[in-house]
Structures are given as C-alpha cells and as structure tokens.
Design a protein around this ligand. Sequence first.
Ligand code: SF4
Length: 280
Amino acid sequence: MREIEVSRITDVIERLCMEANEHLPEDIKCAIKDCREKEDGAIACGILDNIIENFEIADAENVPICQDTGMACIFLEIGQDVHFVGGSLSEAVDEGVRRGYEKGYLRKSVVKDPVLRGNTGDNTPAMLYTEIVPGEQVKITVGPKGFGSENMSAIRMFKPSAGLQGIKDFILETVETAGPNPCPPMVVGVGIGGTFDKAALLAKKALMRPINVPNEDPFYADLEAEMLNKINCLGIGPQGFGGRTTALGLNIETMPTHIAGMPCAINISCHVTRHKTEVI
Ligand code: SF4
C-alpha cells in the first residue's frame, strides 16, 4: 500500500489547470497547421492564421488560449494500492482548481445553481471522475471544457435496429446543427454503448485521447477516419465561414451495452481542446 498526501493532488491540479489553459497539446497544434496548408480560401486561411498566432502567443507569454477557461474536468485514475492521507480527496481536488484559477488569472465560469445562477467565485466545484485501476500510481488529467462547444453536444438512446447508419447520421446531424457555435475547427468525441450516463462519459473521455492516436480496434479506427472526412465535406469551415476544415479530429470510445439498446453520445469540443496529464 502506497500512501499519498492529498496535498500532492492539490499541487499537481493547481499547476495543470494553468498549463492546460495556456498550452494547447502538440497534436492539436499540428492538426491546425496541417489544415492551414490544405485550405485555399482567403477567409479560412486568415482565420487559421489567427488561431495559430493566438496559440503561439499563449505559449510564449503563458496566458490563456481563450477567454473561456472552462469548467475544470478532472479525471483521476487511482491505483487500487493507493491510500490517500491528510484529508478529503475531493476537497483537495477543488482546492487545486481554486488555486490554479486564481494564480493563473483564469476566468471563473461556474455558477452555484443551474437555474438560480450566482458565480461560485473560484471555478469550483470541479467535475471529478474517478476510476480504480491496478497499481499504486495516480494518473491526473485536467481538461478545462468551454461551453460554447459543450452546449452543442447531444445524446440519443438508439434501438439496436438503428444500426451503424443511425450513428453515422446522428454524428453528421449533430455537427451540422452545431455549425459555427463551437468555434470550429472542432474536435468530436463519440461514446457508444454502456448506459445513458456512461455513453456521455465515454464521449468526454474520447476528447482526452490525442487526435493522432486512432482507436485500437480497426473497425472503429476506420469509422473515425470515415466520419472525420464526412464532417469536413460539410463545408462549415473555420469559425463557420466555410472551408475544408470543420473538424480536426474525431475519437470514438465504446463499451458493452444492453441487448435492447445502443446509446450514443457526442461531446463537441472546439479548436481549443485542452488537456494536460501527469502521473504521480
Ligand atoms: S468554444 Fe472553445 S474557443 Fe470558443 S469560446 Fe468556448 S473555449 Fe473558447
């Protein structure tokens, strides 16, 4: 059994909140630059140039890439031989978010009540997802999620008879409906299987996988490539002004489901698809 002080979790999350908001992952930066090469329209090229200049300034000056610094989605993969000491784990996570958003001058975007509103003032509570895995390490991923794109996400409880075509149509319909709202070029996370809630979590987790790493299952890797191509044929383009680049990547995560269903969730993200991971 390995003991870990929860204050270590706080320290790592504090730092990752800032780093994730200031530095885009390399796979996203490369994809944006590749797309810029493929565009020939003046408006699309100009927008992608602005996006590239923006993330380069954020990198150089350690400032947020976007004004919407998101809700702090925190994924903890906890080794089953870890024993946390020194206080509450969930309070330690919130403290890390509180400190990171304060120290990094990141916008606090969380309200106390979904209907009555009222800013919590410190971007807490974090959206915390925990998973127990073998071993004695803890993998911490911070993925700040903006809501221009989160709002365009969708879930549907398909009957199995809808088949693969039903899922393909749903993906295209969701992206088309999203249009310019999620600040394209977007990243599309798809979760298929499980229950209503698990499908949504799979879709969110799909956004944490680098977009240059295909699904390990060749069937789903092919589906990812096919749907990315189809999305980019929609012509929505950078920021919705038309062009070849509507999505930078599309990741699919799946799990077993009930014989009577085929849940499918689509979590839309923007060109600022941020996440940062550390293992302790
Ligand atoms: S959708 Fe993304 S790029 Fe657009 S405002 Fe929100 S976080 Fe920023």
